[in-house]
Design a protein around this ligand. Sequence first.
Ligand code: SF4
Length: 555
Amino acid sequence: MAYVITQRCCNDASCVPECPVDCIRPTPEQPEFATTEQLYIDPDTCIDCGACVDACPVEAIFSEDDLTASLARFRDINATYFERHPLESNFDPLVTPVRPPKDLGTLRVAIVGAGPAACYSADELLRRADVEVEMFDRLPTPWGLVRAGVAPDHPGTKTVSGMFESAFRRETLQYHLNVEVGEHISHDELLAHHHAVIYAVGASTDRQLNVPGEDLPGSHSATEFVAWYNGHPDYADRTFDLSGERAVIVGNGNVALDVARVLTLDPDDLAKTDIADHALDALRASNIREVVVLGRRGPLQAAYTSPEFLALGYLKGIDVIIDPAELELDPESRALLDDPDIEPSLRLKYELAQEYAAKTPNPENKRIVFRYLASPTAVTGSEHVEGVEFVHNELYSDNGRLAARATDRTESVPASLVLRSIGYRGEPVADLPFDDAAGVVPNEHGRVVADAAHVPGVYVSGWIKRGPRGVIGSNRIDAQETVERLIDDFIAGKLAAPEGDRAALKALLAERQPDLVGREGWKAIDTAERSAGKSGGRPRVKLTTREDLLKAARG
Ligand code: SF4
């Protein structure tokens, strides 16, 4: 018997150092780690000790005897990885990170943001130093995209917040929620009360299609739709027209798959999750029966990960539809597929698409239809979205990378809802430099850079540092890098001592934001939401307006 890592893997690699026989790969030190879809356990080496199970923050690891039908394939997926990447003993001996000497006193750090990048940064600081962490967020709730981005039918992924909750129990970390940096406290004031400030504010806007009709009613970003169904208070009053039978999603990453599932899942199944009640009501009245997912490049270059693509095949009452003609490959993609050294996850992506294409759909079922090599040229309609026109693409080699270019073949598909899911984008942060082309704050390994010099005491972590790439756990290694530099700078005496302490900060915030939500306020919100969910067998019923959240916070 061996243990198996499954679809939910968040890539944070917490399990890797726990394994007594070092059989989980890739490790953060390996180049493959940056692009891997998930981590894998070598079945021939695993000694079934179960140590990794306790370390996994998202409950993604199972004994192979306990795999459900929808996860059974991960036994082979884990084993196949090691056929391509035979297990070798790990290269670097573990290096114990340097702790700041005691005589430097307590390091005070402000973290702006309370999502995964902020939480991993805080967790790393708490492990590494005698530290006081002050965590700020503009919302009255913590956990960022774990709360407002992860799809409601993926509860395992949300369990990572439980890990943060228990790591942040001590008074060394204080929450300052419902506090907007730039409005209630300035960047300079943050610096005056801390040795350093880490901005972990994510990438909050979406990319535009830049095609005619994009702003028609019925055309939205997936970002808005995701925030709406997850009960983000800034999006609770949005409306989406679900009266038609077809929706089109432009883009085929994992967010597109989340949205396609939420649009087609049985609302009775969604009712067991923490989906926002307003979204559940709207989905109960929805007429959508088909979701078309458009991808710019071919099936081998699709942006979704193979575990998420595989999971679509187990959805009750939903068929995945792919026309076999969509899977004809250009010569370069064919050569890639025929290469015996191809990454197993890439081959799996194509094999899964072939399996879906070979299935006979059930006319009673709803449908998720994948179209490849398709780029929208217009969203059509006069008063409201009526369809999408798109052009067929072909692939060509652009400096060794297969890129898409338009052919003269066009097509249109009627639809009443269009959601664009073509990536997030970072926004400028007040008082910080900004790289507009990349949508990030310029930095070197997390140290913010302006005019070719490090900005003393200012750091970034997560998507605003590296761009919107990776999954939740990718932020752990990213945060370790930033915190490593911050602590090096503290030890080297490069961080100015704060003028104000925790008490001074508290007094300032009390004056500026009477509705600040602290630890007790968040606990009260959490308890209220969980209690409301109990009778319906749901993990929680989310409060979705600031007013309700603040009322609950006050107890
Ligand atoms: Fe390693 Fe034990 Fe997990 Fe197997 S069960 S991968 S031996 S930690």
